[in-house]
Design a protein around this ligand. Structure first.
Ligand SMILES: Cc1cc2nc3c(=O)[nH]c(=O)nc-3n(C[C@H](O)[C@H](O)[C@H](O)COP(=O)(O)OP(=O)(O)OC[C@H]3O[C@@H](n4cnc5c(N)ncnc54)[C@H](O)[C@@H]3O)c2cc1C
Length: 392
């Protein structure tokens, strides 16, 4: 094979693109990633930075997702101890909290069971005398506080670490390089991309579309044409407020609509998120709305009196990411967060697109993509097992 010919070309250097590259390289395939801006510059760098099972997905009975995420969390804690660390999560239940203590108890017990009774997934109820030590949380009307654990990471650093791991196994990265089109001809893809003002081509047996919220735009650039996948883009914003919280992460209900919102320690300040706003338009223009900033400020102030007088001028930073959710109508908060691997005709077109998913489960997603592709590629000799690869 010449230098510009690969078994697999991956469009997009978000967590799913680099996770696919790592799984491909570990399985012994040659793979190249084309990323237009920076690793983790899309959704993957705009997440809540949690490596978590997703307690709230139990409400919508997404048990397989929770189980997979808990398993992946345990693997990341083992393989990336410098990048992923366990944090206490506090769940305060107030008089007006919709999710009652019995429900939380059932949810956390299921969570523990789904983790295989992993010691990092148990929970306790905090004795009343400890409520005063919860970063100045408003204790008026509190009926109970549950404590369990999740892990936190720096999503951009994690994305870079996974790509480094893939590159150590031989993967190539083209960046900044914009995918501009691909044609399926002579039993493979001719992939065109622009880098530093020059248009280049590579050949690839398989194309993986890991374009995140841009995935349908990527699909529109392939020949033969593939239909758009029916998804909605739902914007989630975060704000960074001045001031430290130290005990852990707080998971509270936004007073406006009772959605779960995280209040988290982040780089010496406090990160609050997220919102859910249906987004129409080019994903590159996604940015926090004034109404989202006010929503998050109000939620933070309701639970932490020290933020009560904070206004938009006190927001140190804010960012927005786009969730890719199956278009099903209804409330985005309750829609499936499972990853969709879409292929119109895998054998004929040799193209697979990744929609949705979680930062936490990127490794499992990458492995699933390679499991689907592998039967259609010449056999390869595996170089590594992604479950055991350290990330630094
Ligand atoms: C607000 C929010 C909070 C979240 N919080 C969490 C969390 O705490 N924990 C968790 O597990 N999950 C979380 N998620 C989910 C998780 O962040 C996403 O599922 C994941 O990051 C998606 O990664 P991706 O690689 O599919 O997409 P992206 O990260 O968006 O990557 C797509 C990449 O494709 C590139 N690209 C697009 N078009 C082209 C082109 N033509 N040429 C070259 N490159 C191109 C883009 O530049 C981009 O880097 C959250 C999601 C959101 C929106």
């Amino acid at each position: 094979m010449s230098a510009m010919s690969y078994d697999i070309a991956v469009i997009g250097g978000g967590i799913h693109g680099v996770g696919t590259a790592q799984a491909a390289a570990a399985a012994g395939y040659s793979v190249a990633v084309i990323e237009m801006k920076g690793l983790g510059s899309g959704t993957s760098g705009k997440s809540s930075k949690l490596i978590h099972g997703g307690l709230r997905y139990l409400e919508t009975a997404q048990l397989a997702l929770v189980k997979e995420c808990l398993r992946e969390r345990a693997l990341l804690l083992k393989n990336a101890p410098g990048l992923v660390s366990l944090k206490k999560i506090f769940l305060p239940i107030y008089r007006e909290t919709v999710r009652r203590p019995w429900l939380i108890r059932v949810g956390l017990s299921m969570y523990y069971a789904l983790s295989g009774f992993d010691r990092d997934s148990g929970f306790i109820t905090l004795p009343k005398k400890e409520w005063e030590n919860l970063d100045g949380i408003n204790t008026e009307g509190i009926q109970a506080v549950f404590q369990y654990h999740e892990a936190q990471t720096d999503d951009v650093i994690l994305t870079n670490a996974v790509m480094n791991s893939a590159m150590n196994l031989g993967a190539a990265l083209f960046m900044p390089a914009t995918f501009i089109g691909a044609v399926f001809e002579n039993c493979g893809w001719t992939v065109r991309f622009e880098k530093n003002g020059t248009i280049s081509e590579m050949r690839a047996s398989f194309l993986v579309n890991a374009g995140g919220p841009w995935a349908n735009m990527v699909l529109r650039k392939v020949v033969p044409a593939e239909r758009d996948v029916a998804v909605d883009l739902v914007q989630g914003s975060h704000i960074l407020l001045k001031g430290k919280i130290e005990r852990g992460i707080y998971y509270v209900e936004a007073p406006q609509d009772r959605r779960g919102v995280f209040v988290m320690p982040w780089q010496g300040n406090t990160l609050v998120g997220t919102t859910e706003t249906v987004f129409n338009g080019n994903p590159s223009t996604s940015a926090p709305l004034e109404s989202e900033i006010r929503y998050l400020l109000y939620a933070a102030g309701r639970y932490f009196p020290r933020f009560r007088s904070a206004g938009p001028e006190d927001v140190l930073d804010s960012f927005a990411g786009l969730r890719v959710l199956p278009s099903a109508g209804g409330n985005p908060f309750s829609r499936s967060r499972e990853t969709l691997l879409y292929s119109e005709d895998l054998i004929r077109t040799r193209l697979i697109s990744i929609f949705g998913g979680k930062l936490t489960s990127y490794r499992a997603t990458g492995e699933s993509v390679i499991r689907k592709i592998a039967p259609h590629l010449p056999s390869a000799i595996a170089k590594a097992d992604t479950r055991k690869l350290p990330l630094k």
